[in-house]
Design a protein around this ligand. Sequence first.
Ligand SMILES: [Zn+2]
Ligand SMILES: [Zn+2]
Length: 538
Amino acid sequence: MNIMALRYGDDIIVIDCGMMFPEAELLGVDIVTPDLTYLIENREHVRALFLTHAHEDHIGAVPYFLADFDVPIYGAPFTLALVERRLEEHEMAHEPRLQTVEPKQIVEAGPFRVEFIHVTHSVVDCMALAITTPLGVVIHTGDFKIDPTPLDNNPFDLHTLADYGKRGVLLLLSDSTNVDRPGYTESERAVRPRMEDIFNRAERRVIVSCFSSSIHRLQMLLDISAEFGRKVALVGRSMTSATEIAHSLGHLTIPDGVLVRPQDVMQVPPHKLTVLISGTQGEPMSALSRVAVDNHKHVSAERGDTVVLSSRIIPGNEKAIFRMIDHMARRGADVLYGMMNPPIHVSGHASMEELTLMLNLVRPKYFVPIHGEYRQLAKHQRLAEHLRHSGLEDSFVLETGSTLEIDKTGARLGEKVTVGRVCIDSGTIDEVVEDIVIRDRRHLSEDGIVLPIIAINKHTGKSETLPEVVTRGFSVAEEGSDLIQASRQVVAKTLENSSPEEMGDWGVMKEKIRADLKRYIAKQTARRPLIMPVILEV
Ligand SMILES: [Zn+2]
Ligand SMILES: [Zn+2]
């Protein structure tokens, strides 16, 4: 969840405002957003929000930001279109002031003059920012790699960056995600040979999952499908919405007659069908996870189908992803994932040589590595050491909440400011909960606890008796009351609607039961008890 504030005197601009998905330990929390306390304390000084690109970890928390700030938001057309799509799910107190910008455009906000610079990354319409302040120029790279042959033939604007470098840059903030990798990150085009090979061999359906915002990857897959005479179905909410937006903005060209609606895929012969589907990270409710356990309305994976995970495995998601792959394998699908040569996926972040090139072009006086874990920031800091001979005076590894002060006499770490994570329960602004521990305690103290208990027969894998529902401190529900009886039916229904494979996967089942029962109880009672499904084998 990237967010940064730049302050000069009494004026503040904010760069990016991202969210992240919770780790497994945050059971019951839907998304995590940054704590905006510092900005709220300085509300009257905040002038504008600048967005570098459309990834969730950079724009996901904009709706929550807007609940507190009525300031202009600047970003590229694709970025703001995705923000707008997100805002549709929220009730807004005021009309958001979204202002689209083009590369090379300059925006003024207080004493800041911000120029947008086109960069290449894994999503379209990405920008770096060159921010001229009274003290000097600050360059914020956003996320980038230096792709010499981008699919849209729109290269990284190195000239403009070099120009700033020549004139002198006060501070560089640069993406550190892939500083561990030697050499150069491969061009997006490097994926094509592998994909062609897969399509060449595939005798039945090809089901490819990648991030829905990876528009160039999707373009490639649409083109290859058309060349191989395959129809393409776009499946999953984020997949349809991102492709719609990209198409309307001219970032995606859909070959004539290639698309088929998800509800019509069963009518297409398997060797004539490609499915582009969301859910690369094994999220339990995503379209791909549902296909894996044969519980998707329109799409199924069968013996001989080829399933391709064209994405990286985000650390922390390994278990969920491998579980999903196991399900696919059980269905007889051939699943391709992970590192391959030629690659099935390339990163959107710059490797060591590109990062060095960035440092050499910009030649800042001060350097702050951003975007990465501490070890990556520290490594990036060391990578910049050679610049000591060409003007670098100091560099800083900043942790969440750190501040850096720069004035005429130098740069130094300042006082820490309040930061943290805010857990959001179900995507609306008023469902903010402070932290997991507090959330659980609050739920327990106010709304009690509900334990659905499901007994599964070891031999049949089925639940043969009506599930029990036990409550403690949940005042609305007396033992044996209608609500309890109805809750038992809700759980039974969830079980009924699950495939045998889902039933075999308790992680998936617990999440499904929790979600369904939470929705039912909230609707009936407006309460949010802590729901902890218990599954027993008998
Ligand atoms: Zn990104
Ligand atoms: Zn990012």
